[in-house]
Design a protein around this ligand. Sequence first.
Ligand code: PFF
Length: 454
Amino acid sequence: MSGLPPNRESFGSKFGIVAATAGSAVGLGNIWRYPYVVGENGGAAFIMIYLAIVIAIGIPVMLSELSIGRRAQQNVYGSFRTLAPNRPWYLIGLMGVVAAFMILAFYTVVAGWTLEYLYQSFIGGFHEKSAEELGSMFNSFIGSSSRPLIWFFVFMGLTAFIVVAGVKNGIEKSTKILMPLLFVLLLILIVRSVTLPGAAKGLSFIFKPDFSKITAETFLMALGQAFFSLSIGMGTLITYGSYIQKRDNLATTSLSVVATDTMVAILAGVAIFPAVFAFGIPTGAGPGLAFITLPNIFEQMPGGTVFSVMFFLLLGVAALTSTISVLEVIVAFFVEELKMKRGAATWLATFSVSILGVLCVLSTSELADFKILGKTVFELMEYTTANVLLPLGGFFIVIFVAWFFGRDKAKDELSNNGTLKAHYIPVFLFVIKFIAPLAIAFVFLQGIGLIDLK
Ligand code: PFF
C-alpha cells in the first residue's frame, strides 16, 4: 500500500473495487426505483433519455469523483479541503455529507420493507393472494408503524455492523458472490415474466418510445435517477475512490460499474413490466410497484416460494451494499474530521440518521398528513436528494475537476502518472469543462421551473 497513510483502508483487488463500487451503484435504485420512475415517466422514451444522460454526464461525473478521492486520500469534505485549501469548495463536501444523511434515512426504510417481504416469503404470506390482495397487504404494512420501524432498525443495525468491521471484509467479499446471483435470479424472473399472457404489451412499453410523454420534468427525473442509481453527486465515489490504490485503473472501473448498473436497471424493467401488463396493474403504480408486482409473479411460478425468498434476500443484500457505501461517507467524515474512532463514528452516524429515518418510516402512517412543500418527509428526502442535491453536487464536482483541480492532475489520475494509455482524456476534459455542467444546469433549472426554454 505504498503512498497511503497507514491508518487508511484500501480495496484489495480490481474485482473487489468493481464489486464494492457496483455494489454501491446496484441497489434499490435499480430494482425498486427505476421501474416505477420509468412507469411514471413514459416508458421507453424515458429509458432513451436516461441512457444518453448516463453516457454523457454519468460517466464523466463518476470519473471526476474517483479522481478527486484517489488524489486526496480523504473523506468527501477532507478531499475538497485538501485539494483546494482556503477555498469554499469544502461546502460541496459538506453538502455530500448532508445528502448522505438524507438518502440513508429514506433508503433504509425501503430496505426494511425488503426484510418484511423476505419474512412473508418464508411464511408463505403471499400464498393464494390475488393482485388486489397483495396490493392491500402492502398498503396495510406500510400504513402501520411498528413493523416498518422494527425492520428499519434491523437494517440500520446490519449496515452499521458491517461498516464497523471495515469495508473490505464485509462489502467486498459479499458482493463478489451476491451480485452475480442477483443477476441470475433476475434472468430467471425475466423468462417467467415475458412468458406470461399479455406480456408483449409490457415489452413494447419498455422498448417502443412514445415521445409525446416527454416534458422538461422527464429530463430532470432521468438526470436524478441516473445520479441516484450510479451513486454519484454526493461523494460516495470520492470516498470509495480514496480507497482505490494508485495502480488501479479508474476508467475501466467506471465503465464496468456503469455497464453493470445500467444493465441491472434495464433487466429489472424487463422483469417487471411484462408482468405489470399481464396483471393489469397501472404502470404508474409508484413506489409499491416492486412489492406488489413481484409477489404476484412468484405466486404464478412453480417453486415461487423459493424464488420469492431468494429474490427478497438478494434485494436486501443489494440494498445493504448500497447503504454501507452511504454510511461510509458519514463515518469517514466523522473519523477524519472529528478524529473519532471508527466504532464511535459508526454508532453516532447510525443514531443520528435514525432520527430522520423514523420520520421517513412514519411518512406512510402516523405522519402521512404531515407535509412540507406538499410532500411527506419520505418523499421530500427522496425528491430533494435525487433531483436537487445530487445534480447540484455533480455540477460542482465536474466544475471543480475541470477548472480548479486542473488538467495535469486529472491526467495523472486517469493515466496513473502516464503509465496507462488514456486517449480519451481530451474528450473527457472537454465534456467536464463544457458539456456536462451546461447539460446539468440546463436540465436542473428547466426541471425546477426556473427557466423555460421550450
Ligand atoms: N445507487 C444506489 C441505488 O441505485 O440503489 C443508491 C445510492 C447509493 C445512492 C449510494 C447514492 C449513494 F451515494
